[in-house]
Write a protein that binds this ligand. Structure first.
Ligand SMILES: Cc1ncc(COP(=O)(O)O)c(C=O)c1O
Length: 371
């Protein structure tokens, strides 16, 4: 689905120098690269504070820990997402309340959020799925009206922009109370191992999250609150600092590939190309088709036979996962989520694709669809 070797080759000289510097100085943990990357990330994302941590799942967990949520408090989240978004809610003994997504954007449906609010609701976790921003204008209106926290799961959408109706723009991850992201290698900004970050404009909250990520420590060996150990290591920070300079270029390459896919599938009666919401700059972490009247799983197998990777994100929605059986969530009616789960398929999407590869992929999909 991605070609990280080719991507590395193009920036090898810069990466190698940055990595060797960490090794030669042996500052593997909390080296100067970590703070430097945090500063660069905050600037890129248009936020006051960025806190690097070990991965995107920890970022969500630390964010929720910092908000002092109590066991049984309800957190509204889409079910149509990667499991991490929802898992940390249950891990912290909070109650996930699964709501449906918009059939066009695949992101959480603001109307469904409104309906799910109860006196126990404390937070909303929108996910900017596949690289497209959730409708943050509507979500923030609801959050303000009901005094709810908003944690943006920006793992798939770093670099995406949200355009508000008053003409202003904000990067995803900078709109809610807290933003979280992941630097898993295949992400739009991917490290050479695990990594994640938390972003916020709230200095006090950011300090607390920084403490939580470091054993609740206020100064060395003084632990004021219960925390965890979640560090981005210096090697990852060094790699990410180099790659951050290329992120917008990578996003452009992804968008160009999406345009080429769109053109190839345009007007096909059985293939629905990704909708691009006018309020969002889609950064195409995934290029995901919705198939109607085509056997999705057979297409997946057919592509594999022709050495074309494709993925189903995700074959089982969160509310139907066994891990949530205690919440009886599989009885929740989420028709759009269930409908999409059976019909979506994601095609290879990365920064290094050439025309021949694109033609091979699109012609193979079309051959199957037209048979
Ligand atoms: C939407 C979403 N949230 C959270 C995560 C978790 O990130 P990580 O794998 O870095 O823990 C991911 C990563 O796949 C993701 O796609």
């Amino acid at each position: 689905m991605v070609d990280l070797k080719e991507q590395y080759k193009k920036i090898k000289s810069e990466i190698d120098v940055a990595v060797m510097k960490v090794i030669e100085t042996a500052a593997f943990i909390n080296g100067p690269q970590v703070q430097s990357f945090a500063n660069s990330l905050a600037e890129y994302n248009g936020v006051k504070q960025a806190i690097p941590c070990a991965n995107g799942t920890d970022a969500l967990q630390i964010a929720m820990m910092a908000l002092d949520l109590q066991p049984g408090d309800e957190v509204i989240t889409p079910s149509f997402t990667y499991i991490a978004t929802t898992e940390v809610i249950a891990l912290l003994k909070l109650t996930p309340v699964f709501v449906d997504v918009d059939p066009e954007t695949f992101c959480i449906n603001p109307a469904a959020i409104e309906k799910a609010i109860t006196p126990k609701t404390k937070a909303i976790v929108p996910v900017h799925l596949y690289g497209q921003a959730a409708n943050m204008e509507e979500i923030m209106k609801i959050a303000v009206a009901h005094n709810l926290y908003v944690i943006e799961d920006n793992a798939q959408a770093i670099g995406s922009k949200f355009y508000f109706s008053d003409g202003t723009m904000k990067k995803t991850g900078s709109i809610g109370t807290i933003g979280t992201t992941s630097f898993f290698p295949s992400k739009n900004l991917g490290g050479y191992g695990d990594g994640g970050a938390i972003t916020s404009d709230d200095d006090q909250l950011a300090n607390k999250m920084r403490m939580i990520a470091n054993h609740g420590q206020s100064k060395r060996y003084y632990h004021d609150i219960v925390g965890c150990n979640s560090r981005l290591d210096s090697l990852q920070a060094a790699v990410l600092e180099v790659k951050l300079n290329y992120l917008d270029q990578y996003i452009d390459a992804r968008r160009q590939l999406a345009d080429a896919y769109d053109a190839a599938f345009s007007g096909h009666p059985k293939i629905k190309t990704p909708f691009r919401a006018p309020y969002s700059k889609h950064v195409f972490h995934q290029y995901t088709l919705v198939l109607e009247g085509i056997d999705r799983d057979k297409l997946h197998a057919y592509l594999a036979e022709h050495n074309i990777p494709s993925m189903i994100y995700y074959p089982v929605p969160a509310h139907r996962q066994k891990m949530f059986s205690q919440f009886n969530s599989s009885s929740t009616e989420l028709p759009v989520t269930d409908w999409l789960t059976e019909r979506v398929i994601s095609l290879p999407m990365h920064t290094e694709m050439d025309e021949e590869q694109i033609n091979f992929i699109t012609s193979s999909v079309l051959k199957f669809a037209n048979q």
